[in-house]
Write a protein that binds this ligand. Sequence first.
Ligand SMILES: [Zn+2]
Length: 411
Amino acid sequence: MGALLGGLALLVLAAAAGPGRADDLAALARVDPVTSRITDTDGVPAGGLGLRLSLSQAVPYRVSLLDGPPRLVVDFREVDFTGLHPVDILATDRIADIHWGPIRPGWSRMVLALDGPYTLHLAEEKADPVTGGARLRVDLAPASAAAFKAAVGVADAADYTLPRPAVVDQPRRRQTGDAPLVVVLDPGHGGIDPGAEAPGRHEAEIVLNFSTELADLLRRAGMTVIQTREADVFVPLETRISVARAAGADVFLSLHADALAEGEAVGATVYKLDIAASDAASAKLAERHDRADLLAGVDLSGQDDMVAGVLMDLARAETQPRADRLAGALSDTIRGAGLKMHRHPVQGANFSVLKSPDIPSLLLELGFLSSERDRARLSDPAWRAKMAQAILVALRAWAVADAAEARLIRQ
Ligand SMILES: [Zn+2]
């Protein structure tokens, strides 16, 4: 976690300063696209950049700079960006990419991909007497690479109420069938990160929908189910793993429906962890799964520290074959139910989210949004019900055999 905590460079917290009435405070602040700009003129230092946001009310905010690639990150308490589009406010070509959205409960984030090194010149929020709201101004000045490096830092996440990764000494004891199976379902993406896009729909929504249906089915079958998200919110990858650990998960199943170039991807695919996986398609998916966290400003470099205390190799040596057996069971039951699977139904990939050393973890691509046939299947309630049923059958069969093995080992 060192990288996350290290070097808090720029922290600006502004208390609500607007003259708004008490009933305004309950509402979300909104951004007015007409009077908001990202500009390289308008009082900006020469060669610099300026963010001018017109808000319906003042909100606490903070500004930080991140590297790899260089980004400006502005976090706000409760801002509703609905209806705002980058083209409406982007008046400079020095911003390569811009994202915004909810990042965790109560907090929104705006991330601007910068074209080079800058440092913070000015950040202020002032009441706007004309609108009764507030104007937020952030100015960046061009800087040397060294000055930028010195200014880089992620604000401490403490006051986000982000669950900190658990400190772990001992691998989790494996399930023996004496208690309900604890299944953590991980609908991919969400919030600021919509995942793959298809006409009118995106992956984050599709996999959340399926996850909710699957959770219902598994619960009715007596399993304990926790979802890493239950709404359209952003959840960092490491939080997804922390949720599984905090829940005491017996199984972690990440659900996706990504897009890949035509021909590469049709049908459901089960992915298990293979750190050395070199297949081009799986590398592309791994990059895509991790990239959202990068764009959202989350530093993944602390990922492995989280589990450093675990007797990692030992746990993984036992966990990996258990995950492999579940992958086989899933592939068998999905195919057995007559559902379309990829021609290589079980594949290895280096996905961060599969790296819990002591929780069997798999990632299921339900289908690919890049495939028209998969899109049709994913929108078909009967298909989804069949898929959920196949997953239930696989989990049940696997859990029985897995518990039998656990009892045998313990004797
Ligand atoms: Zn995905």
